[in-house]
Write a protein that binds this ligand. Structure first.
Ligand code: 5GP
Ligand code: MG
Ligand code: MG
Length: 186
């Protein structure tokens, strides 16, 4: 971490650095591209706002044709705990009929959001639905969510960066890190 970066006194430690993230994107993209090489492209469905960075990187690393859709769901507020309720704030702009849908997730924690989303997408007649998530926490094991492509399993801590926020901050950090406890107490 750059010692004079603005976040230096707010980030406790880096869990996954920029190079590790980039390498993982390449690896996942290679796997997905191979699996979908024989069909007419994939439709990436990203969930705002957390998945934006991963979605942008993944889309550019894939070697099959890509369409992109974004949905906005609310499940977490500004608090660091899950409410368990999901509301659609922005829906899909397109029909899923005949599409190979890949849900692009930043992180799977309880799995509630994803489990809900998979039911929703499944009801819209896609050709197939699979999931890629950059991160997953151990809690995700409690509810059965089929993650076909996974970046990293991480410890049960609240993380920020690479799209993930705390109170809308830190999304732009190029790594996955843990915020110092003082920040929560402000
Ligand atoms: P789940 O429904 O799986 O419990 O939570 C999904 C959403 O909660 C994620 O897409 C993300 O927005 C948020 N979330 C879960 N864990 C974390 C975390 O450690 N850090 C941040 N910033 N958001 C998280
Ligand atoms: Mg998400
Ligand atoms: Mg959030």
């Amino acid at each position: 971490m750059d010692a004079n970066a603005w976040y230096a006194d707010q980030i406790d430690r880096v869990i996954i650095d920029e190079a590790e993230l980039a390498a993982k994107v390449k690896e996942l993209a290679k796997e997905i591209s191979a699996d979908f090489a024989d069909v007419d492209g994939v439709l990436l469905v990203g969930v705002f706002k957390g998945a934006v960075m991963f979605m942008a990187d993944l889309a550019r690393a894939l070697t099959v044709p890509v369409e992109m859709e974004f949905m906005a769901l609310s499940s977490y507020g500004n608090a660091a705990t899950s409410s368990g309720t999901v509301r659609i704030m922005k829906d899909l702009d397109t029909d899923l009929k005949g599409k190979h849908v890949i849900v692009v997730e930043d992180i799977i924690d309880s799995g509630l959001t994803l489990s809900w989303l998979l039911k929703y997408l499944g009801s819209r007649s896609p050709e197939s639905v699979s999931v890629v998530s950059m991160l997953r926490k151990p809690d995700a094991q409690k509810i059965d969510v089929p993650v076909r492509y996974l970046g990293f399993d991480i410890p049960n801590e609240f993380v920020v960066g690479y799209g993930l926020d705390f109170a809308e901050r830190y999304r732009e950090l190029p790594f996955i890190g843990v915020v110092k406890p003082e920040v929560y107490q402000k």
